[in-house]
Design a protein around this ligand. Sequence first.
Ligand SMILES: *Cc1c(COP(=O)(O)O)cnc(C)c1O
Length: 354
Amino acid sequence: MINVTKTYLPDFDEYCSILKRAWDKSWITNNGELVQELEYKLKNFLNVQHLFYTSNGTVVLQMALKALNITQEVITTPFSYVATTNAILWEGCKPVFVDIDPDSLCIDASKIEAAITDKTQAILATHVYGIPCDTEAIDKIAKRYGLKVIYDAAHAFGVTYKGKSLLSYGDISTCSFHATKIFHTVEGGCIIANDEQLAERLLLQRQFGHIYDDYYCVGINAKNSEFHAAMGLCVLPKINEIIAARKTISEWYDSLMPNIKRPQLNGEAQYNYSYYPIIFNTESELLKVVAHLKEQEISGRRYFYPSLNELPFIEKQSCPVSEDISSRVLCLPLYHGLSTSDVKRISYCILNNL
Ligand SMILES: *Cc1c(COP(=O)(O)O)cnc(C)c1O
């Protein structure tokens, strides 16, 4: 069975030896030594100002909206994981979908202005598959209209854009360290801010809004544990090796299927190769290939389908580009350890069924 992804697990004894530091102190959560060390190392690795390690990559989207006092309309992308839209809805805000750019598959910045109303307060965009949004254009629009910018950078760990971490852009960037993501801590995530005051607020929010007996704001429990941080401390030193292995596999796919349509990468970015999406000519072609892959016990994933503007629990808005791409995009298996022969088998199965 070849799944679309396979979690990278470190040596078990190494994990235990790091965890033992927390175990010996009987201090297993509440900003323990391992959480602090992971935060410090992540901040260095990503070269960002303020970073807080959290329990997942969804609660940080909610915290971002809350910390920036967003209560009304949020301009967002329809081509992302459902958590992006859910966070907006969960916070009682209204998602306003702006269609995507057909090449980068990120929000089409040239269509944002037309969607701004007097209720618009923020832009929440996703660097989908780690491809950078048009950050300059978004930044300009945000400044002109006084909007906050949040990037869902769940796919962008380790990606650099114009020489700096893609996670350093916007008022706030968030990331997910779920087991299916390129850098993981089983479950986990982080929130990154450049502004000091905003960072203080996020820190408070993560821990119920108080420090000892002083209560400052409404908070939530978004902390993570020493067990999770220990996994992060094992995986982080391997991240460059993981990215390099995925790059090699991606290049095998490229050379075996040179004529398959793919999202267009940005020449100013250094990628993490977190996904290998391909775009079929039609949905029926995609379904045929998926069925043939399944016969060989290979699973791709329709990531992302459906287009989020078509979710059954929101007021329908039209985004023709996203709806079209969503119907015919498939992410192929890509993980550390996937063999050349498997990549060949997958590629031939696709090419034989086009
Ligand atoms: C995975 C993912 C999330 C959610 O992260 P969790 O850690 O699973 O909560 C949010 N946004 C995007 C784009 C994702 O891919």
